[in-house]
Write a protein that binds this ligand. Structure first.
Ligand code: MRU
Length: 346
């Protein structure tokens, strides 16, 4: 079943509100770039490639009705607002900057012409992400030797986190399409519960067997054996192969190594940031403490308790078995293999 969380419809952006899943399937319509930035910040839409697509569409909305120097001035404001919405996923800045380059190359167009050109670029980013996920899915499926295979994943790197199909879950889908019997163990992913709410929802929709565990159960599951591999997505891969992903990925990677289970990172090239030398330079978003002190709107911690809520952690490259992209599979040493893939030399 095709799940496309962000779509361009009648010159507005339509998104499924991921905060309400799996309970309710509510679609929201955005006609203003500030509202798109708000949707990214509040996680109506989330997942690095999906927020890149949403931001590209947001740029088109923001520039509408302007041309020439006015469009340039407007872009500066729109880009700042969208990029500030969430700092860790490089896809966001990547998509906004790409829209900016198209704008600069088309300043001679009148306002309707420029809007049409930017809309076309945003749709190209959407289509390219879909194609990238299918291609990386095929490369990743070839890494799964077990049949049946049990795959452990964290957060949601599925159709909901992308234009569609998914990165980590794209590999699962591709493996199944290739005739493998695949089942998934999904970490619930505290505190936003992307695993329990979103990964479980979309896999059930596709009738892919899924078993939910709390994050702190992964060690036991890995220690018992029978896990073919761990596959996760990423918000940003640094040039040296360090991987920023949903908080809890790093301890999972440590445990996977302890039990000799391979860890694969599914990463479209838009998530690889060669300008970031290592994980130490990746900005880590910190979110409101209320995500920790409440569940489903109900308070679970005493009022006034201090909180620390980093949304991502960094897994050092040495714990990553391979990074799967739409151009092929990068292996250590990543400084060379990632640069070659990005340059199209691999
Ligand atoms: O905070 P989120 O839900 O946006 O975090 C998402 C993740 O960590 C995903 O694994 C990552 O963005 C890759 S999605 C293909």
């Amino acid at each position: 079943m095709a799940i496309n969380p962000v779509q361009w419809r009648a010159d507005s952006v339509r998104m499924i509100d991921q905060r309400l899943l799996p309970g309710r399937e509510v679609y929201r319509i955005y006609k203003d770039y500030r509202a798109v930035a708000g949707a990214i910040r509040s996680m109506v839409v989330r997942g690095a490639p999906a927020i890149g697509v949403a931001a590209a569409m947001g740029v088109a909305l923001g520039i509408r009705g302007t041309s020439g120097a006015r469009a340039q001035a407007r872009f500066a404001v729109v880009a700042r607002r969208l990029k500030a919405a969430r700092p860790t996923a490089v896809n966001l800045a990547w998509a906004v900057d790409r829209m900016g380059r198209v704008l600069e190359a088309n300043l001679s167009l009148n306002a309707p012409g420029l809007f049409a050109r930017l809309r076309r670029e945003a749709l190209a980013i959407y289509e390219e992400d879909l194609a990238a996920n299918r291609a990386l899915g095929a490369y990743g499926a070839a890494l799964i030797n077990d049949n049946p295979a049990r795959i452990l994943t964290h957060c949601n790197a599925g159709a909901l986190a992308t234009a569609g199909y998914g990165t980590a879950l794209g590999i699962v889908r591709a493996a199944r399409a290739a005739g493998k019997q695949v089942s998934v163990i999904a970490d619930e992913t505290r505190p936003f519960l992307q695993g329990a709410r979103l990964t479980a929802w979309e896999l059930k929709k596709d009738r892919i067997p899924v078993t939910l565990i709390a994050d702190n159960m992964a060690g036991l599951v890995l220690s018992r054996g029978g896990i073919s591999c761990v596959i996760v997505g990423t918000d940003r891969v640094a040039a040296n192969g360090d991987v920023a992903n949903k908080i809890g990925t790093y301890p999972l990677a440590v445990m996977a190594r302890r039990h000799a289970v391979p860890l694969y990172v599914a990463a479209p090239l838009s998530s690889i940031d060669l300008n970031c030398p290592s994980g130490a330079e990746i900005p880590i978003e910190e979110r409101a403490g209320s995500e920790l002190t409440t569940i489903g709107g109900r308070r679970i911690a005493p009022a006034g308790v201090g909180t620390f809520n980093p949304a991502f952690d960094v897994t050092p490259a040495e714990l990553v078995t391979a990074i799967v992209t739409e151009r092929g599979v990068a292996r250590p040493p990543y400084t060379q293999s990632l640069a070659a893939l990005k340059a199209g030399r691999a």
